[in-house]
Design a protein around this ligand. Structure first.
Ligand code: GTP
Ligand code: MG
Length: 322
């Protein structure tokens, strides 16, 4: 990937460049992930200056043909969608529902109640992204952000073995970060661009992405603050997916105790804020035994439909005998 260094951007001197590097912004493209207000806060500078820096970076990248024109024709958009690459989930049924698997350049949200398979799916994807393209992977590595302490290396070993991969090597190709709270999660998300570039990453899985926001911002008075932070976070993820062409997968629980804003117990947490920022939403629900049903929710590209898959020791697979 061709890069434009920070110092080439008019308005960025040595000191600012160093500060940006410390914040995890290592090149001009990284600046496009932030709004002027965010960048001003991070650099402790005026919003007008931050705005200029972002605009200068944008113009420079455009001049060099490293970002797209904002106005594009619709056939180009279709071509772009058709250029997406896909990571197999391990289940053909589920892959078909998703038109090939979990897409790069997009944020895919899996939501559902406890035990519906969200965490197992993230584990399977972290292994499958490493497979060759012929086998349904991207031959790339994974970043796994765990907010619930449910990442399990031994599950990775099981799934890798079942796929004929070397377990040690597979584990080594998954970079895991444990996020302790929303502040930490936001810090981690800022360092994603650098980590993605340094480690040839094709998948970023965040399990669970919304739970920390929910746990920390309780009560009516905190709702707007929570939604604002969540909005920033979600848009940052979407831009990371688009700019770095990685598949971003987030998981989300359903509302167990309906609160004031989100009354329906089968709806995911986070309301419209999350809904607007994700590219694809998939609802998972439990069926008999180890079977699970996935359903596409509100996608402009997918016809409505469902798929049955199974959770086994080998990860996500197709159900047998159905
Ligand atoms: P929460 O995080 O609690 O919201 O649930 P989740 O949606 O993340 O569920 P998870 O992915 O943890 O799915 C749990 C299901 O996977 C349970 O039914 C487990 O029994 C099943 N499971 C986990 N590990 C294995 C395994 O090694 N073998 C089999 N057969 N099933 C497993
Ligand atoms: Mg889980």
């Amino acid at each position: 990937m061709e890069e434009v260094s920070l110092k080439e951007v008019p308005g960025i001197g040595d000191v600012t460049a160093r500060k940006l590097m410390e914040l995890g912004i290592t090149d001009a493209k990284g600046l496009l992930l932030y709004s002027p207000i965010q960048l001003a806060e991070m650099l402790n500078t005026a919003v007008e200056r931050a705005e200029k820096i972002i605009l200068n970076a944008y113009n420079l990248l455009k001049e060099r043909g490293l970002i797209e024109d904002d106005f594009v024709t619709a056939d180009y958009l279709l071509e772009k969608i058709s250029m997406r690459k896909y990571i197999t989930t391990g289940s053909k049924n589920l892959d078909n529902l998703l038109r090939g698997g979990v897409a790069t350049g997009a944020v895919t949200e899996f939501y559902g109640e406890f035990g519906s398979g969200k965490t197992q799916l993230c584990h399977s994807l972290a292994v499958n992204v490493q497979l060759s393209e012929d086998e349904g992977g991207l031959a790339k590595n994974a970043i796994y952000i765990d907010t619930e302490k449910t990442f399990s290396p031994s599950r990775i070993v099981d799934i890798a073995n079942a796929r004929g991969l070397d377990p040690r090597d597979t584990l080594h190709r998954i970079i895991v970060a444990r996020a302790y709270n929303t502040t930490h999660l936001l810090l981690l998300s800022h360092s994603l661009p650098r980590k993605i570039k340094e480690n040839n990453v094709g998948l970023v899985a965040i399990d669970s992405a919304i739970a920390p926001f929910r746990a920390e911002y309780i009560g009516r008075g905190k709702l707007s603050e929570r939604q604002q932070l969540l909005n920033r976070f979600m848009h940052e993820l979407l831009r990371i997916a688009e700019i770095y062409d990685v598949a971003v997968v987030i998981t989300n629980q359903v509302q167990e105790q309906p609160d004031i804003m989100f009354g329906d117990p089968t709806k995911p947490v986070g309301g419209h804020v999350v809904a607007h920022a994700v590219t694809y939403r998939i609802y998972l629900r439990k069926s008999k035994k180890n079977l699970r049903i996935a359903m596409i929710v509100d996608s402009p590209e997918h016809p409505p439909g469902e798929a049955v898959f199974a959770i086994t020791r080998a990860g996500i697979v197709d159900p047998e005998g159905i």
